[in-house]
Ligand binder design. Structure first.
Ligand code: SF4
Length: 287
């Protein structure tokens, strides 16, 4: 089993998108910010927020000096705003433990608050050129199809990392370059609906050779309308738009079902995304 390394690297050199976090000037902090933002949000929605974020907080120390509430406000409509709190907590830890520099050691990265296995590996590979397997759903899909001849839409896990660790080239910088190329290939060509006719490695694809056997696991699209996520998003939009505390009565307009509204506000308070200023008003944390 092996990967078509040269072909994938050539694909990336020709077709890889020019994204701000791939520029040298982004540095490890830019890579970390982008990886957190991109976890559950597409590139097109991340770009503007990423640029604004880096302009405002060009270093971890700059973000650490500001309040977590401002991080949540600047997160805007990216969704899953707990990521803003986690990024703020990571910036504080980087400033306190690592003199304001994003650490390059995988163990140090993993020890940062809110930095999970995927993000730590992505920063180690993309920012520091380490030879570590970086497996998101795109990479998992590509490797499964190319190497294992199966289509499997399940989440990435330890077995996927172990397989990719075997497949990566021994040379660290080539391995890191391949990690970016695999991710881009999964985003642009070997998508959930793959563009096999345009694929530069179709001759090497076991899944295609096997006649595209049906997927073993498929992902259902997440519901949105009427969910707590939607209600939480509406409450957060009101808090972000307000320079100060918001009377809880003003939140009545965001959603007609009082019980669901209360439940969602309680969960935002429990998550630390909102704080009570007094019994009758709420605000962003630390603002
Ligand atoms: S031939 Fe199709 S499934 Fe195979 S790697 Fe290329 S795009 Fe993916």
């Amino acid at each position: 089993m092996n990967l078509p390394v040269a072909e994938l690297l050539t694909f990336f050199a020709r077709h890889g998108r020019e994204l701000p976090w791939r520029e040298k000037s982004a540095g490890p902090w830019g890579v970390l910010v982008s990886e957190v933002m991109l976890q559950q949000t597409p590139v097109s929605r991340v770009l503007a927020t990423y640029r604004d974020w880096l302009r405002r907080w060009p270093t971890p120390a700059a973000l650490a000096a500001d309040s977590p509430g401002e991080a949540v406000r600047a997160w805007g409509r990216l969704g899953y705003p707990r990521r803003a709190l986690r990024l703020h907590a990571a910036a504080v830890a980087i400033t306190q433990r690592h003199d304001g520099r994003v650490p390059r050691d995988l163990g140090d990265l993993l020890a940062l608050p809110g930095v999970g296995d995927y993000t730590a590996r992505a920063v180690a590979a993309f920012a520091f050129g380490a030879r570590v397997p970086v497996v998101d759903t795109n990479v998992r899909r590509v490797v499964n199809r190319l190497v294992r001849g199966i289509d499997d839409g399940g989440p990435a896990g330890a077995a996927d990392r172990a397989l990719l660790a075997e497949l990566l080239p021994a040379d660290a910088s080539t391995a890191a370059a391949l990690s970016v190329a695999l991710m881009e290939f999964g985003a642009l060509v070997c998508r959930a609906s793959p563009k096999c006719d345009d694929c530069p490695v179709r001759d090497r694809c076991r899944w295609l050779t096997a006649g595209k056997p049906a997927a073993t696991v498929t992902r259902r699209p997440q519901a949105w309308h009427g969910t707590d996520r939607q209600v939480r998003g509406r409450i957060m939009a009101v808090l972000r738009a307000s320079p100060g505390p918001v009377p809880t009565a003003d939140l009545d307009a965001v959603w007609p079902v009082a019980e669901q509204r209360r439940r969602c506000l309680d969960s935002l308070l429990a998550d630390g995304l909102a704080v009570r200023r007094d019994p009758d008003s709420v605000a962003l944390p630390g603002g």
